[in-house]
Design a protein around this ligand. Structure first.
Ligand SMILES: [Fe+2]
Length: 246
């Protein structure tokens, strides 16, 4: 079983196309997509058209949930600009997605943690806004009810792999389309990968073990940066151009 794991596309259809080309070269049995597909000042509509026509297994992230639950007035600016690009069939596709997936009784996929699309699983935010690796007990505890040799999560945009005490693997493939962002909850903090590359992971099970590689895929992000500028989001323009916030 060879899987491609993608997450947090955030409307960056050019990064998604670069990743899909790379996945095709790799040759996989299945693509699993961990959500936050559209939100951002980029090309939500183009992303939606591409995802709807694909046969990947997708779940819903927190931003996808907000696109379904909130009115335009309630939305944050990144959700609002994406929502304006989505038509009825895009929204219908989104509403039919599950919030988690179990595949072949061996792989579990969620956006944040098994019980929340908003909680960071392997990262933590300290009270001063600095970020780092999460506490080992927090990580293990969130996995305690999951019967799967490979657990997948996204949401933090930081690629990371951990092997739990009992041998299970926990993998975050990083973000396809948004390599840096800031958030105000629980306190203001930023996540920055320092590269504009699109990021995803390949996981292959061989002889009962998972062999995992994180793939950084260079692509031309000029069109996405221009769209971010057009939507008056210089933070996003900097993120897709450099992997850093200004
Ligand atoms: Fe998210």
């Amino acid at each position: 079983m060879k899987l491609a794991v993608i997450a947090d596309i955030h409307g960056n259809v050019d990064a998604l196309q670069a990743v899909l080309r790379d996945i095709k070269r790799e040759g996989v049995d299945q693509i699993i997509n961990l959500g936050d597909h559209f939100s951002g000042p980029l090309d939500a509509g183009g992303t939606a058209d591409l995802l709807i026509g694909s046969d990947m297994r997708s779940i819903r992230g927190n931003h996808d949930r907000w696109l379904l639950e909130q009115s335009a007035a309630e939305m944050g600016p990144s959700d609002r600009v994406a929502a304006a690009q989505l038509d009825e069939k895009h929204i219908a596709w989104l509403s039919n997605l599950p919030t988690s997936l179990t595949i072949e009784n061996d792989i579990f996929a969620c956006h944040g943690t098994p019980d929340s699309d908003l909680t960071y699983w392997m990262e933590t935010v300290h009270s001063d806004g600095s970020t780092g690796i999460a506490d080992k007990n927090h990580i293990e505890k969130k996995a305690c009810d999951i019967d799967a040799s490979l657990m997948l999560c996204g949401h933090t945009h930081i690629p990371r792999l951990m092997r739990l005490a009992d041998g299970r693997l926990l993998l975050n493939p990083g973000s396809v389309g948004c390599p840096a962002y800031s958030d105000t909850a629980p306190v203001y903090h930023s996540m920055q990968t320092g590269t504009p590359d699109a990021c995803y992971a390949i996981a292959e099970k061989s002889d009962k073990n998972w062999f995992v590689s994180i793939r950084n895929v260079p692509y031309n992000s000029n069109r996405m940066a221009a769209l971010a500028h057009k939507n008056e989001r210089s933070d996003w323009a900097s993120a897709v151009a450099t992997g850093w916030l200004e």
